[in-house]
Design a protein. Structure first.
Length: 87
């Protein structure tokens, strides 16, 4: 049975961070938010997740963020979105 996660945590990590000096990805994130499934699908065809100013189309099988709006705007090119299942 294929189930779609109801929640993801999205981390926005600066692209230029090459060596974290032992810090985790979460410690390097400039913003994090837990987003929840809306029950709708975006233009990408993937489920839409929203919360805390973020709206994302996320591939639930791979956790890949296919589209993302941050406070209603497109993501800055210097940031990389990472998604992981949230409890």
């Amino acid at each position: 049975m294929n189930t779609v996660p109801k929640r993801f945590e999205i981390l926005l990590v600066p692209e230029h961070v090459e060596d974290r000096h032992g810090a985790s990805v979460a410690d390097s994130a400039v913003r994090t938010a837990v987003v929840e499934a809306t029950g709708h699908h975006g233009a990408s065809g993937y489920p839409i997740y929203e919360g805390h100013g973020l709206k994302a189309d996320i591939d639930p099988e791979t956790g890949t963020v296919e589209a993302l709006l941050v406070d209603g705007r497109e993501l800055d090119y210097t940031l990389t979105p990472l998604a992981r299942p949230a409890p």
